[in-house]
Design a protein around this ligand. Sequence first.
Ligand code: GLA
Ligand code: ZN
Length: 648
Amino acid sequence: MKSFFGVDYYPEHWPIEMMDSDMDRLVDLGVEVVRIGEFAWHIMEKREGEYDFSFFDMVIEKLKKRGIKVIFGTPTATPPAWLINKYPEILQRDENLMPRSFGGRRMYCYNNEVYREYTRKIVTKLAEHYKNEDSIIAWQIDNEFGHEGSDICFCDTCKEGFRKFLKDKYEEIENLNKTWGTVFWSQTYNSFDEIPLPLKTITHHNPSMQLDYRRFMSKSINEYAKLQVDILREVLGNNAVITTNIAGGYFDKNFDHKEMVKHMDFASYDNYPVWGGLKEPITPANIAMDLDFIRGLKRKNFWIVEELMGAQGHTIIGYLPRPNQAKMWAYQAVAHGAQSILFFRYRTATFGTEEFCLGIIDQDNREGRKYKEVKEFFSDVKKYKDLLQSPIKSEIAFLYDYDNIWAWKIQPQSTAFNFKEEMLKIYTAFYKYNTHIDVIDAKDDFSEYKVVVLPVMMIVDENLKNKLEEFTKKGGIVVLTYRTSIKDRNNNLYLGKTMPCNLNQLTGIEVEEIESLQEGQFAYADGKYGRTKCCVMREMINSKGAEVIYTYEDKFYKNKACITVNKFGEGKVYYIGSSVDSDVLSSLAKEIIMEKSIEHFETPFGVEVYSRYYGDKKYLFIMNHTEEEHDVLGIKLMPYDSRIIEVK
Ligand code: GLA
Ligand code: ZN
């Protein structure tokens, strides 16, 4: 797939008289592609069955005259009022069984057959109408599936769907009772039709049931997306280039994102380093990890179909990106594998929910700082299109598993626990040395890497255990953390096994006891790289052969290990039994990077260097994430400066 640069354009939001001058300005800005249509169902079908694509025909004609390509969005994120009023059962139900009212977006139930039928109709009509329109270079399915709390529904359709999902999975009710352990609190079911939705109850629902409900939601959302993929492939055949835009907060959603994009041509992301009431942007490492996660979904470069330029917010406006800061984030994104970028949005809407999701041009309709930054960015990065399409090779992989993430959501065990923050803490330790890192599903093949890191991987099944042993035997380095391998795939604890269950040989340790540490609570440990705080949770570890590099300090636990490293075959396994300080994690990361001779760069805090290769040429992307000046690699960087340099 080639690289294209552009903006998100909503021609339906402006007086028609502005269209030609707007499009001329798109050309001036350096726009090669616009995304249109994703929220325009009513324009295409004002009343049931009255399909009219003439507005977008005109828009596409005018764009074509200017050589501008199109990404067309299927408009299912915003069903029209006439449809919802005719079939109110389409609306999702929240956990109080209240319908989610018309007036927002994505308030439909993914399992509702009526909505699936109307989806089939509008997407088929749309695809048939533009079947031979070659200026449409890609199709975006819906918009940010599952975002803004739309990733869970408790309606009757979902209740029946869940019971069928369980029947298909367990076949006999006894199997479900056994697997879930429903004998606990006398919850044994005599039939699948007795099984409730995980609505509000006294204390909490069965952990296995809750995990299965998230799996059912994931299946529902992914099936709904696949329904649209299939229609586009059927109608458009080989012309179909399909993606969907993934929103931030991907670890907080009830659907497996890798499964979502499996049948699509590439993944797309909406990159907002700051949004809503955030006082400051997320950290540079956090932005990088998000990008690496998206790249890991299909193990290849991806697109950004929404890159922030202006401050954003629905009711609360977020942080104002400083001069060149948003541009710098765009450089960081292309460095990490975004081979095309569209900025959100051409001009700030002057009505509707998103008046304060500021665009490149604001309500004054003048070309200001943001316009200049986008223009500069486009004219610079277009010079490197071949490089941007080159694959990124990493030697370090961070592994995640959605069952595991959902299991932590169901039982966080400490008030201080947050899955993404725990992953980010260790990721940052390696990011600090400007290494390449892939963030991939633990079910993927990771045999090619030198180092794999599995943050808080509670659920470890036989398959993963075998892969880890094989990987380490051959010389790989594995990094595990607290609460590793305590549960099976059904979200139940392993019986009669010492933690980390089934991995005692691999790790050379046994966990004797654990302690949950709440917000603001911590213990201390001391060792190889100096004293560290221990937060969130800690494990009292006995070595069974592993080298102890950190022990706790406090009264009863002086002789208990906190961090260990174990030789296994040609490789090593680090076990970090608590959430320790970042600088200790960085020292461990440096130790591993040096031992495995992994490419890295020492840079001042807040300056990122990312290498990319094209043929025999090497390039460095340099991003200054700070408002200070820095000298790096002999280059004077201004605040929020970004450079692409070829290494001769
Ligand atoms: C998201 C959505 C867009 C818009 C922007 C606002 O990413 O996809 O439709 O809501 O955020 O920032
Ligand atoms: Zn539903």
